[in-house]
Design a protein around this ligand. Structure first.
Ligand SMILES: [Zn+2]
Ligand SMILES: [Zn+2]
Length: 288
């Protein structure tokens, strides 16, 4: 009897392959790569269980939201299954503490919130409504006063697999060309990455829902400074990545330069590959 042919291995997703390549090429980033691999793996598993939501907002409401600079995903639109969210929340905290990206004490407090079902729900709802700009009451805080500051980082990562589905669904049916704000048209959060298209336009990427929108290449999304003389821009030696740093508010955003690139942007990969650029920007006195 001839040996059975070996079972073909299932191909790894491209972003996993690329992350592993970074670990080889830049061993000093190994720990950051491993944490990202764990997060990407978990988020992919969650996202495969999250249905694409059916969001069909009223066109007049959409127009009014866009005119007033308010986002389009309301909390009730997010396809959240609470037990699944609580699990994702705890697993996110576990990954962060494993790679020393979260203090032990904060981890304990955060995991305790995730254990008790009725604790997390109002915290998440308030955090989303206030940070998205739906709840504009001046004295409403994003998070409870006794919560650790790192709670927001865990909420951002844990909500992403659910929220990104909304950005996907709305992006397919709403025209966003008139959106001229520096914050996200889907969820109201700040951009934390950008991509330069092959045509040379810049698109910002939301740091919470990973939605994209077009924005002036030399306008600062954080303070709207558009004086080109007050925007410092520098690139990596291979020209693959670029930093736009604002000399008015001293904040910066990194970008993947898609002109002549061999692959499209992969935020999970490119945000790790550019960690040395963060160090360079911070050294020059800018903040992320
Ligand atoms: Zn967003
Ligand atoms: Zn600025």
């Amino acid at each position: 009897m001839p040996d059975k042919p070996p079972r073909p291995q299932r191909a790894e997703p491209r972003e996993i392959v690329e992350l592993k390549q970074i670990r080889v090429a830049q061993p000093e980033l190994a720990s950051a790569v491993d944490m990202q691999l764990a997060l990407v793996d978990m988020q992919r598993r969650v996202q495969s269980r999250v249905p694409l939501p059916w969001i069909q907002p009223d066109p007049a409401w959409v127009a009014a939201q866009q005119t007033s600079g308010r986002p389009l995903v309301r909390f009730q639109d997010i396809p959240l299954e609470w037990s699944d969210f609580r699990l994702t929340f705890r697993q996110t905290a576990d990954i962060l503490v494993r790679f020393d990206a979260l203090e032990r004490a904060d981890h304990s407090a955060i995991v305790a919130m995730g254990r008790e079902g009725d604790l997390l729900q109002p915290i998440l709802t308030q955090w989303y409504d206030v940070s998205a700009g739906f709840d504009g009451s001046p004295d409403r805080q994003r998070t409870p006063p006794d919560a650790p500051a790192s709670l927001e980082q865990v909420l951002v990562l844990a909500l992403r697999p659910f929220l990104s589905r909304c950005a996907e669904a709305i992006g397919q049916r709403v025209d966003l060309t008139s959106w001229a704000h520096g914050h996200c048209p889907f969820c109201g959060w700040e951009p934390d990455f950008a991509v330069i298209t092959p045509q040379g336009d810049r698109r910002l990427i939301c740091g919470r829902c990973v939605g994209q929108w077009a924005f002036g290449a030399y306008t600062c999304p954080f303070c709207t400074n558009d004086d080109r003389a007050l925007v410092t821009s520098f690139a990596t030696r291979d020209g693959r990545y670029r930093v736009y740093a604002c000399d008015v508010c001293r904040r910066y955003v990194k970008a993947y330069d898609g002109r002549g690139a061999t692959r499209p942007l992969m935020v999970a990969v490119d945000s790790i590959a550019t960690l040395p650029l963060d160090a360079a920007a911070i050294q020059r006195g800018y903040a992320g």
